[in-house]
Design a protein around this ligand. Structure first.
Ligand SMILES: [Zn+2]
Length: 170
């Protein structure tokens, strides 16, 4: 399975089944330790485990559900305000999301190319269907993050160029 879905290399695959037309992959994270998102302190003290269900990239046009067992670790730094945290699997999971990172990247690429409705239609054909609103929300979430630093100094030419383009006759 790992050779087909290379982003799952960091996981131990437990089961693979087709349920109601969806491919369900049960897997578990296998790293022995994880870093606290606040203090970056590495911990191996496991507080508990639970299952996360994530939508993943489609397999031969079928939707894929990743039934992932993740662990909650105890932060071992005494003055850290976060007492426990959930591990994230690099290249697969992100905090507060129900889609794998490869699926999010795929949907964002479709959204940037086709936008809401057309993107949603194509995503349904590919087996990763989302609504037009979800498609737009994914694009906006990427746009909210500043990808480049704001310029520290603006020259007169920059201002003149912007003013010239905004007042140009159409
Ligand atoms: Zn911490």
């Amino acid at each position: 399975m790992a050779t087909v879905l290379s982003h799952l290399d960091r996981l131990t695959t437990e089961d693979f089944a087709v349920v109601n037309g969806k491919v369900v992959i049960s897997a578990a994270a296998c790293a022995t330790m994880a870093a606290c998102p606040d203090s970056a302190t590495v911990s191996s003290r496991v507080h508990g485990r639970y299952r996360r269900r994530l939508a993943d990239v489609a397999l031969a046009g079928r939707p894929v559900v990743l039934n992932l067992c993740v662990r909650r670790f105890v932060c071992v730094k005494p003055d850290c305000r976060r007492r426990t945290f959930v591990e994230q699997v690099e290249g697969v999971t992100s905090r507060f999301t129900r889609r794998s990172q490869p699926l999010r990247r795929t949907l964002m690429a479709i959204g940037h190319a086709l936008a809401g409705r057309a993107g949603a239609r194509l995503s349904r054909l590919l087996g990763i269907g989302v609504s037009p609103n979800t498609m737009l929300r994914l694009i906006r979430s990427q746009c909210d993050r500043p990808s480049v630093r704001a310029p520290r100094v603006l020259g007169v030419d920059d201002f003149a160029l912007n003013r010239a383009t905004s007042t140009a006759p159409s």
